[in-house]
Design a protein around this ligand. Structure first.
Ligand code: ADP
Ligand code: MG
Length: 625
């Protein structure tokens, strides 16, 4: 037996470990299972090189709770350690054995999936244990070793009589960490961090029903047997070659990742690179609705099949955090802050790679099956529009497949759209005007009016569309968007052969103050316009610019102050009712007609509410009496 002092620079490292090593104490289990997995993978690797002879036997790991003894055991059948190795790898803290192993077997070990890097993983056990024991027997022909340490820098190392190869770590759980003796808590941790680890992990047993014999009676109960409860799937889909996977395999892996998610994903993207960085993974496009905030944090980040985090901010571009799935890369530095991550060259490359793969996948879906792509558009558009807005590289690619649906359910690419409207929707300066609606119901009368004039009306209803429109207008010359109920549509109407006004100039001069006298002070600015006699007598429009600024502000445009509501009241001088307003002799009737016309205009904009709405209904009743 030997005694000694753990060789660390800081005399009393344990209190430090407890406090600062990881803010999350629960990760100790991930670290210990990672070590057990490493030890097993090392063994397999040595066996494949012929350095370990014979059959390896079962290599299942085991996690065991001893609630009476207040102990937690993590057991593996991996390479084990000799007493010398315990001295070297455990007593010399911060000396990472994994690193040394990788150094020695650099070329052949690249693909063996060794997890450890930091050299402090093992000591995280002291975050939850007042005492830790290691009982370990190396694959080499040397006696087993028994190490124990009570959290002070002093340890004890002696011989043990363990016969089978492998390592057992025993944690004497601290009073204030009792939760880690509860089965449900350990189960939760295993399923969070170890669900896809490459070596099978046993935690307890479970009852399994045996198949019923063919001639079993209808109400026969199947016999059960007790089997090991294996908590992980060691071969998750993302570690396999895409060629070996069927569509169902991707769907069932999605189920495994999100057991509570009932909707099927729309499609997936299998990521797989090994140069200049190593990354595998599967991303899924779920059906997305218009609420951007509730949908993030669904991508899980792994390193060599060990769960690390579900916050991939800084690693994948923001717009792709709306997707789901897994990314597994040992090349993402995790012991640094997120802001540092974003500046890291390797991480930038990874992020660019993912963006490119997503764009390529979308592009191929679009080319292979345009119809199917159109059908999915509504469910995927937020990601694409968000990406176009935030990543210029993505914009360049997405421009070719981003779709612009019309209110009639036709879909155009931007290029097709321009081709379609270039003759019919330009204003007097030759500028192309793209008309759009954001809500079919509310803007119904405006959409109708525009369609009657032969215009194409798009339906653009994403929460960030006003930002994207702004960007498109900036990127394209001589083109602007105009919402159907906005004032910009006027430019188009005016450009047409101006409808001749039925009113003379004097009549118009007389009309304007009559109307202004009735509408509330400063609420709308009145503008006389000769429109089709079939159009409404009064139309309210909002300046395109103002409305868009307001919307952008609501979705985080970063502008200060709030924009006022501004509306223009267009008075159709060719409408019968307007003629009547001018002709009538009684002031009372005139006022009623104006109020009624104005309220109808507000009603069609959904602006008539409360007291005013009640007054309108009363007035309408009086009129039909
Ligand atoms: P890292 O895993 O980053 O190397 P750790 O502190 O987790 O650092 O472990 C230190 C070293 O102790 C490992 O590199 C390994 O050599 C040894 N070790 C830890 N756990 C085991 C185990 N279960 N079986 C064999 N060796 C182990
Ligand atoms: Mg480790």
């Amino acid at each position: 037996m030997s005694k000694g002092k753990i060789n660390v620079a800081v005399e009393n490292i344990f209190p430090l470990i407890k406090k600062f090593l990881y803010s999350d104490h629960e990760i100790f289990l991930r670290e210990l299972i990672s070590n057990a997995t490493d030890a097993t993978n090392k063994l397999k690797h040595l066996s494949s090189l012929g350095e370990v002879k014979g059959n390896l036997g079962d290599t299942t790991l085991e996690v065991k709770i001893d609630s009476k003894g207040k102990k937690l055991h993590v057991i593996d059948k991996g390479v084990g350690m000799t007493a010398d190795e315990v001295n070297k790898y455990i007593n010399e803290v911060a000396f990472s054995g994994a690193e040394e192993f990788l150094e020695k077997y650099k070329d052949s070990a690249k693909d063996s999936g060794i997890i450890g890097h930091f050299g402090l993983g093992f000591y995280s056990a002291f975050m939850v244990a007042k005492e830790v024991e290691i009982i370990t027997k190396s694959y080499k022909d040397e006696p087993a070793a028994h190490w124990r340490c009570d959290g002070s820098p002093e340890y004890e190392l002696k011989k043990a009589d363990k016969k089978e190869r492998g390592t057992e770590i025993i944690l004497h759980i601290d009073k204030d960490s009792k939760e880690f003796l509860e089965e449900s808590r350990i189960k939760e941790l295993l399923s969070k961090y170890n669900k896809f680890m490459p070596i099978p992990i046993k935690f307890g047993t479970r009852e399994e029903s045996l198949p019923l014999p063919d001639d079993a009676a209808e109400d026969a109960k199947p016999e059960t047997q007790t089997v090991d409860n294996i908590i992980n799937n060691p071969d998750p889909a993302w570690t396999k070659a895409p060629a070996d996977l069927k569509e169902e395999d991707y769907t069932s892996f999605y189920r495994e990742l999100y057991p509570m998610q009932f909707e099927e994903p729309l499609f997936h993207i299998h990521l797989n690179v090994d140069y200049p960085f190593n990354l595998t993974g599967i991303l899924y496009f779920p059906k997305l609705n218009n609420d951007l905030n509730i949908q993030k944090d669904r991508i899980q980040l792994y390193q060599n099949q060990v769960f690390v985090t579900d916050n991939v901010e800084g690693i994948v571009p923001e717009f792709l955090t709306l997707l789901r799935g897994v990314i597994d890369s040992p090349d993402i530095p995790l012991n640094v802050s997120r802001s540092y991550l974003q500046a890291d060259g390797a991480v930038k490359k990874i992020s660019n790679y993912i963006t490119r793969k997503v764009a390529d996948k979308l592009s191929s879906l679009f080319k292979k099956d345009r119809k199917g792509f159109e059908e999915k558009w509504n469910d995927i558009k937020v990601v694409i529009e968000y990406g176009m807005l935030s990543e210029d590289k993505f914009f360049e690619k997405a421009e070719k497949f981003a779709l612009y649906p019309t209110t009639d359910g036709d879909y155009y690419t931007f290029e097709e759209l321009q081709e379609k409207v270039k003759d019919s929707q330009t204003d007097k300066d030759g500028k192309m005007i793209l008309l759009y609606a954001s809500q079919v119901e509310e803007q119904h009368s405006y959409i109708q009016a525009a369609k009657e004039k032969g215009y194409t009306v798009l339906l653009l209803d994403s929460p960030i569309i006003s930002h994207l429109i702004q960007k498109l207008e900036g990127a394209k010359e001589n083109l602007s968007f105009a919402r159907v109920d906005g004032d910009a549509i006027e430019n188009l109407i005016k450009k047409e052969e101006a409808t001749v006004s039925k009113l003379s100039e004097e009549e118009k001069e007389k009309l304007k103050p009559l109307i202004e006298a009735v509408i509330p002070d400063g609420q709308y600015s009145v503008q006389l316009e000769a429109m089709d006699s079939s159009s409404l007598p009064f139309v309210l429009t909002q300046p395109e610019f103002m409305r868009r600024m307001k919307e952008m502000q609501q979705t985080g445009g970063g502008m200060m102050g709030s924009f006022p509501e501004m509306y223009t009241l267009l008075v159709n001088t060719n409408h019968e009712l307007v003629g009547e307003i001018l002709q009538t002799k009684t002031a009372k009737k005139r006022e009623r007609l104006i109020k009624q016309g104005l309220d109808l205009a507000r009603l069609s904009q959904n602006l008539l509410k409360g007291e005013e709405l009640t007054a309108f209904i009363q007035r309408s009743l009086d009129l039909i009496k």
